[in-house]
Design a protein around this ligand. Structure first.
Ligand code: PLP
Length: 378
């Protein structure tokens, strides 16, 4: 069963036997040299020139005025939400079809997620669902929309570009602007994805990237906050570096900050990965195109018109839960490490009681998605 999928993936990777992982880091001599150089320099930890160089490089790549490098994508989300003004007791709109970090970052702020539906056409947050929710369940106030039945404020909205496919970000921003809600973009999976000619992660007041080991480029760990607002960038740097007041020898801090900085060692590694990014993107697109042209018996999700996906992970949309399970089983049995989408966040024990809409499309997709291997071959 599903020999067509297995054969296609094996041929795409030119590997007749053995394990084919979902997505692993691609690294080599350049990364070894980079790490070796910082070891020789002595600057492996919280200070060093590579952090700043990486911030400049990633900001320029994304077309953002500023990038603040941090320890990982989750800490980037946490700080981005604080800077958006999220306070204890607030509500934050997030998709349920996402990695756990999107909701957990809300909880770290003492706020609660509201799970709104995604759109089967984008895999990301549905702007119509957001508008419907805001118009029917909230009323305006000068602090932002107030959710009528709980009297809690909606403090932010966090759309996510699922598996690197750009979501309907322009309409989402428009709806949120209409209601006075700041948008923080979770672009953890979408480095290199575009809407028109603009990089995802640069539409909201801030955008968040992740450099975890399975992401498009990695620093072993790492993340970044993108913004065009120099005051937000300054605050992000301050909060993620323990809110220390710069001084030659005095140790003083002017608020409760976080130790979320990116070590210089990881920044050096990331600089080497940046050199490969365009090559990764090109090959990931080639892999996705092979899946699309060969797996014609299946629905393979494609980038929407007017957008460019980074094809972090290709998406096969199976017929139903049984079909999905059978594909996962058959491919894993053959050593091909496909993966279902995340269990929808509203179904997890800690978010079972969270506010939500009907989540029809979320459930539809969560039961059907199979991610295909996407490690670049270069
Ligand atoms: C990977 C990921 C994150 C978090 O990134 P880490 O660097 O692993 O903390 C956040 N959101 C989404 C959607 C992700 O895929």
């Amino acid at each position: 069963m599903f020999d067509d999928i297995i054969t296609t993936i094996r041929q795409v990777y030119g590997k007749e036997t053995g394990i084919i992982p979902l997505h692993i880091p691609t690294m080599g001599d350049a990364e070894k040299r980079a790490v070796s150089n910082v070891i020789d320099s002595g600057f492996v930890s919280s200070v060093g020139p590579e952090v700043e160089e990486f911030e400049k490089r990633i900001a320029s790549y994304c077309g953002a005025k500023h990038a603040v490098a941090v320890s990982n994508g989750t800490s980037a989300l946490h700080i981005a939400l604080i800077l958006a003004g999220v306070e204890p007791g607030d509500l934050v709109i997030v998709p349920s079809l996402s990695f756990i970090a999107t909701a957990n970052a809300v909880t770290y702020c003492g706020a609660e997620p509201v799970f709104l539906d995604v759109d089967v056409a984008t895999l990301g947050m549905d702007s119509k669902a957001v508008r419907r929710f805001l118009e029917s369940e909230t009323e305006r106030s000068d602090r932002g929309p107030i959710h009528r039945s709980t009297q809690k404020r909606i403090a932010a909205c966090v759309p996510m570009h699922t598996f690197g496919f750009p979501t309907d970000i322009r309409n989402l921003i428009e709806v949120c602007e209409d209601h006075g809600i700041p948008v923080v973009e979770d672009a953890a999976e979408s480095l290199g994805s575009l809407v028109g000619k603009q990089q995802t992660g640069t539409f909201g007041i801030t955008g968040v990237l992740s450099f975890n080991g399975n992401k498009i480029i990695t620093g072993g760990n790492g993340g970044a906050i993108l913004t065009d607002d120099s005051e937000l960038a300054r605050k992000a740097k301050h909060l993620t570096t323990t809110a220390k007041i710069p001084h030659a020898y005095e140790y003083a801090h002017d608020e409760v900050g976080y130790n979320y900085r990116l070590p210089n060692l990881n920044a050096a590694f990331l600089l080497a990965q940046m050199d490969r990014l365009d090559g990764f993107l090109k090959d990931k697109r080639a892999i996705a195109e092979e899946y699309q042209s060969r797996l014609t018996n299946y629905r393979i999700f494609k980038e929407r018109k007017g957008t460019t996906a980074n094809y972090w992970l290709s998406v096969l949309i199976s017929d139903d839960r049984r079909h999905r399970e059978a594909i996962l089983l058959a491919t894993h049995k053959a050593g091909i490490l496909t993966r279902p989408a995340w269990q929808p966040l509203h179904s997890l024990p800690m978010y079972r009681d969270a506010l939500r809409d009907d989540l029809t499309q979320t459930t539809y997709l969560a039961e059907r998605i199979v991610n295909l291997p996407g490690t670049p071959r270069v």
